[in-house]
Design a protein around this ligand. Structure first.
Ligand code: ZN
Length: 349
C-alpha cells in the first residue's frame, strides 16, 4: 500500500519560522480537535492566520498534506512540558515531526486512519525510527491539557496500543526490506496550481463550489460535484462581478480570499455571538457558559456539545484557543483577555 504525499507549504510567519530541525528523533501524534476540519481547511487557516502553533502534516480521508517541510521546526507541543525531554532528550518542537489527524464531520474515518497509520510508518522509515519506541501521543507529553489523538481514535474503537500495532504492521509490510531508493509518491499541492479554472476536477474544486453555494451563488444543476464546468464558471463570474473583482471565471488568490471573507461575514451577520464579562471556568454553568460555547463553536468547539456547562471539553477548547496567542495564559479559564481575543478572532473570520 502506498499513498501520495502532497507538499503544499504555508508561507513564513508565526506558524512557520523556517528554523531547521537538526535531527528528527521522534514523532508526536495529534488530532486537530476540530471535528470536520479538513487537511486543506487547516492548511489555509495556518497560512492565512499564522497562529503561534502549527504542525508539519495534516491528514484527512483525501490528503496527506505536509504544510511545513520536515526539515523545519513546527510548534506543536509546549516548550515547558518536560516529558519529551525525559523520554527523548529534547523538546518536541526541536526534534519531532508533528502529525495531525483530521476527523469528524464528513471525513471518512477509515480512509483518514489508513493514511495516518501509513504516514507514521513512512516517517519511521524515513528517519530510522522504531514504531514502538519513537512515536508518542500529544496527551502523553502534555496530559494536563491534551487528550489527542486518543480523543479522535477511541470513539472508533481504536486504542493507542492498537494504533501503534497498526503502524508497526504497515512498517513491516510497506517499508521494511523495500529498497529505500524506491521513490515515494509525492505530488505538488493543489494551491500551487492556482488559478483553478474550467476543466479542473477534484476535492479542492468541490470545496470552492461548496463555498460559492454558501456565499449565495447556487449551482442548481450539478451542485458541488467536484467538476469545474460552465455552471461553476458562471457562478464564479457572477461572484467576481458582485464583489468588484476581475471577471475572468478563474479562481486565484483574490477570488479565494474574497470568497472566504464573504462566507465569514455572512455567518457573523446571521448569527450573533455576545460574550459574557467576568471570569468563567471549570464547574460553572448557565447561559453565560452557553454564550462562550456558542462563540467557540465557530473556532474549535463541537456544536453538538453546547450544553451550558463548563466541563473538560469547554476547558480544552478554551485552552486550545489560548495556546494560539502568546499573550494569553493557557489556563482554560475564560476571562476579559480571552474574551477580547475571541472577539478579534471572530471579527477576523
Ligand atoms: Zn496535539
Amino acid at each position: 500500500m502506498e499513498y501520495p504525499i502532497t507538499r503544499d507549504y504555508i508561507r513564513f510567519g508565526n506558524s512557520r519560522s523556517g528554523q531547521k530541525i537538526s535531527k528528527v528523533r521522534f514523532i508526536v501524534s495529534h488530532d486537530t480537535g476540530n471535528p470536520g476540519s479538513t487537511a486543506y481547511g487547516n492548511r489555509n487557516y495556518f497560512d492565512r492566520s499564522q497562529p503561534s502553533a502549527s504542525a508539519h502534516t495534516f491528514i484527512d480521508d483525501k490528503y496527506i498534506l505536509e504544510i511545513i517541510p520536515l526539515t523545519e521546526k513546527a510548534w506543536h507541543v509546549r516548550y515547558n512540558v518536560t516529558t519529551d525531554n525525559r523520554m527523548f532528550g529534547d523538546d518536541a518542537n526541536d526534534a519531532a515531526i508533528g502529525v495531525e489527524f483530521c476527523h469528524g464531520g464528513k471525513i471518512n474515518f477509515q480512509e483518514a486512519y489508513n493514511r495516518y497509520v501509513w504516514y507514521h510508518a513512512y516517517l519511521c522509515d524515513k528517519f530510522n525510527l522504531d514504531p514502538k519506541r519513537h512515536i508518542v501521543a500529544h496527551s502523553t507529553l502534555d496530559p494536563s491539557r491534551r487528550s489527542d489523538p486518543q480523543n479522535a481514535l477511541r470513539p472508533h474503537g481504536v486504542s493507542w496500543e492498537e494504533f501503534i500495532n497498526d503502524v508497526q504492521e504497515s512498517y513491516n509490510r510497506d517499508f521494511k526490506g523495500i529498497p529505500t531508493s524506491k521513490p515515494k509518491p509525492v505530488v505538488a499541492g493543489v494551491s500551487t496550481r492556482l488559478p483553478i479554472r474550467r476543466g479542473n476536477t477534484g476535492a479542492f474544486v468541490k470545496e470552492i463550489q461548496q463555498d460559492l453555494i454558501k456565499a449565495g451563488f447556487p449551482l442548481p444543476r450539478y451542485g458541488a460535484d467536484g467538476s469545474f464546468g460552465p455552471e461553476t464558471e458562471t457562478a464564479v463570474m457572477r461572484f467576481q462581478k458582485r464583489y468588484g473583482l476581475a471577471v475572468d471565471g478563474l479562481v486565484g488568490q483574490a477570488t479565494l480570499r474574497k470568497l472566504e471573507e464573504v462566507i465569514k461575514q455572512g455567518n457573523s451577520t446571521h448569527e450573533e455571538f455576545p460574550l459574557p464579562d467576568g471570569v468563567w471556568g471549570r464547574g460553572d454553568k448557565g447561559e453565560e457558559v452557553r454564550m462562550i460555547q456558542r462563540a467557540l463553536k465557530h473556532i474549535n468547539f463541537d456544536p453538538k456539545m453546547i450544553d451550558g456547562s463548563y466541563g473538560p471539553l469547554t476547558e480544552d477548547a478554551v485552552r486550545r484557543f489560548q495556546s494560539m496567542y502568546a499573550a494569553l495564559a493557557d489556563d482554560g479559564i475564560y476571562g476579559p483577555n480571552t474574551k477580547k481575543y475571541i472577539q478579534l478572532e471572530l471579527n477576523d473570520m
